[in-house]
Design a protein around this ligand. Structure first.
Ligand SMILES: Cc1ncc(COP(=O)(O)O)c(C=O)c1O
Length: 395
């Protein structure tokens, strides 16, 4: 670690609230799947921007859209109109289902919006069934919805009305419905929870349950959406369509923006004055959303994921045969989890020393969320380093 890195870390210690577990890496430049630190070293990033960098860093179409819009108008309050918000909303709807969109600034804020919309729709019903090991964000409603007590400790009392059931257990979800239940909230693939994939039958079963008991099905696709798993949204593979779809991370191609897509029948639930956010759906954010959609479509990034994903998983599964410490390989598309028998932290650190960036969640699950734009050569190189590191660690 060089002096320039040390200096930045010292200033953080003094001036920045210490709420994140940070790695000793100061990033000053990035492009595609590559980043450079303040000392000029180049790294390959298989986890760009914690899921935000689905188009890689600084996609040229996104940065051009941002620059172009910055020359016209940065911010317009939501009590006026601007021409990009409806276009971004329409684009989201074209990729999902017919309805209307509320734009937010983050994933957690999309979760908050879904909770408020559900309660208002429910006419007195307020309970939401959520999944064990789920993750929905850090604001109070999103935190209360999250199925991991470790994130909630010390912040009680939580918002009431979230009923936790085991993931992939339809019978438990059915048994949890009461006259007060208004919705079911689920991630099609749990990201922070350790890359755990919902069974198609679980999702279609939840859809049926929601129809039978008049509940809203809310899918949190903040980590899985925008092509990450090889379809625009992960639910599309299962055939179970949600009533509310939550999107963020990749949505703005690196610009902070989230969204709730609500089925058309729910369009009037949050009427004027009932919900708002000052920055939601800003011209800058919407310009980036449109550029991100254009890039995914015109650069055929879904096809790219579907071509490269089998290679990724084939290599990870072959690696499992060679490294006894690998318990399981899970995921879909460009979302991969490698569950280890021991802590993944030393592997993350060893990879970083070899200039490869990966993530570890739930202590033991190595996680890869590569950019959809990653080249075959970069993917091969990254997997090579990961393989070498895991094999060395098992000696
Ligand atoms: C599935 C899911 N939901 C919600 C969130 C919260 O999003 P944000 O950090 O933008 O509030 C995350 C963030 O990791 C997530 O993965």
């Amino acid at each position: 670690m060089g002096q320039a890195t040390d200096e930045v870390m010292q200033q953080y210690e003094r001036y920045v609230m210490n709420t994140y577990v940070r790695q000793p890496l100061v990033i000053t430049k990035a492009k595609g799947s590559r980043v450079w630190d303040v000392e000029g070293h180049e790294y390959l990033d298989l986890f760009p921007g914690w899921g935000v960098g689905g188009l890689g860093y600084n996609h040229p179409w996104v940065t051009a859209a941002l620059r172009g819009q910055a020359g016209r108008v940065l911010h317009v309050s939501n009590n006026y109109y601007h021409p990009l918000q409806w276009r971004a909303a329409k684009r989201l709807i074209t990729a999902s289902f017919d309805g209307t969109v509320f734009f937010t600034n983050s994933g957690a804020e999309a979760v908050e919006t879904a909770v408020k919309l559900s309660r208002r729709w429910g006419g007195g019903r307020h309970e939401i069934i959520v999944m064990e090991r789920s993750f929905h964000g850090r604001t109070m409603a999103a935190l209360s919805a999250t199925g991991q007590s470790k994130h909630q400790e010390g912040f009680e009392p939580l918002l009431a009305g979230f009923v936790r059931v085991p993931f992939n257990d339809l019978a438990a979800a059915q048994a949890a419905v009461t006259p007060k239940t208004v919705a079911v909230l689920v991630e099609p693939i749990q990201g922070e929870g350790g890359v755990r994939v919902a069974d198609d039958e679980f999702l279609t079963g939840l859809r049926r349950l929601c129809d039978e008991r008049r509940l809203l099905l809310i899918m949190d696709e903040i980590q899985t959406g925008m092509g990450r798993t090889g379809t625009w949204f992960a639910y599309q593979r299962s055939g179970a369509e949600p009533d509310l779809l939550l999107v963020a991370k990749m949505l703005g191609g690196g610009f902070p923006i989230g969204a709730v897509v609500a089925k058309r029948a729910l369009a009037g639930v949050l009427s004027p004055g009932t919900h708002a956010t000052t920055y939601g759906g800003s011209p800058l954010g919407c310009a980036c959303v449109l550029a991100a959609f254009e890039a995914i479509e015109k650069q055929r990034l879904l096809e790219r994921v579907n071509t490269l994903s089998p290679i990724l998983f084939e290599r990870l599964r072959a690696l499992k045969e060679r490294v006894p410490a690998i318990r399981e390989v899970r995921g879909r598309g460009f979302m991969a989890g490698i569950e280890l028998a021991a802590s993944g932290k030393p592997i993350v650190e060893a990879c970083r020393a070899k200039r490869l960036l990966i993530n570890c969640t739930q202590e033991t699950v190595l996680r890869l969320l590569p950019a959809l734009t990653i080249t075959r050569a970069q993917l091969d190189r990254g997997l090579g380093v990961l393989e070498e590191t895991l094999v060395e660690s098992s000696r």
